[in-house]
Design a protein around this ligand. Structure first.
Ligand code: SF4
Length: 216
């Protein structure tokens, strides 16, 4: 069992090694928070290509988020069906938009900027179908708040490396406590790239892995 200091040293070294391997990625331009929220809901249990196609289908059909909120659930499910789980995702999107409107009187999430990270996270997590990854994506990519989205790739790699316990929340906490806020986004993107290229779900390429000295 590693001590907390050992775990943090390990996380810092992993961040450096991935940066040497894949470069320090720039923080992508901040996106509208509702765009990020909806995109991340659409990305659940599908690949990037189908998620993008579902988002394009949605935005081609509806011009504003208010239109999406007012749309019948069946129509919405049809517009995003290419991403899979159309009905479930349509319900989650409508619930999220409805919750935002209920709180703010309009379909706009920019009010989260003025909230503490903890309160903003709490508000997002109160939405049905919004978990750690989705909430952290919104706060990290749209507001630059110190949050770390733990997606499937990152969860798998961190488990294999013995980092941060069993839950996504524990992994995210360890990383946020260890890595400077302005490097969190780059670290997230490098871990995802490592998961896609090397530390794949099946047959990871351990011989080619720059992290192998830190892996169980
Ligand atoms: S050594 Fe293998 S299992 Fe460990 S992080 Fe690298 S690819 Fe993944």
């Amino acid at each position: 069992m590693k001590s907390s200091d050992d775990l943090k040293r390990c996380v810092r070294r992993i961040c450096e090694l991935l940066e040497c391997e894949y470069g320090r990625k720039k923080h992508p331009a901040k996106t509208d928070p509702i765009d990020t929220l909806v995109l991340t809901i659409l990305s659940q249990t599908t690949n990037f290509k189908n998620c993008k196609a579902a988002y394009e289908g949605l935005t081609a059909e509806y011009k504003t988020w208010q239109d999406v909120l007012e749309a019948p659930e069946d129509d919405l499910a049809k517009a995003i069906s290419i991403g899979g789980l159309g009905r479930i995702k349509a319900r989650r999107i409508k619930n999220a938009l409805s919750r935002i409107k209920e709180k703010e009187g309009e379909v706009d999430l920019r009010f989260l900027a003025a909230m503490s990270t903890e309160d903003a996270m709490g508000f997002l997590l109160s939405m049905d179908g919004v978990g750690q990854k989705t909430a952290a994506c919104v706060l990290c990519f749209s507001f630059g708040k110190p949050c770390f989205p733990v997606d499937t790739h990152i969860y798998r790699i961190c488990k294999r490396l013995g980092l941060g316990g069993n839950s996504r929340e524990e992994i995210a906490s360890l990383i946020v406590e260890t890595i400077a806020g302005n490097k969190l986004c780059a670290f997230h993107l490098n871990l995802v790239e490592h998961g896609r290229r090397i530390c794949t779900a099946r047959n990871p390429k351990c011989n080619d892995c720059v992290l192998k000295d830190y892996c169980y």
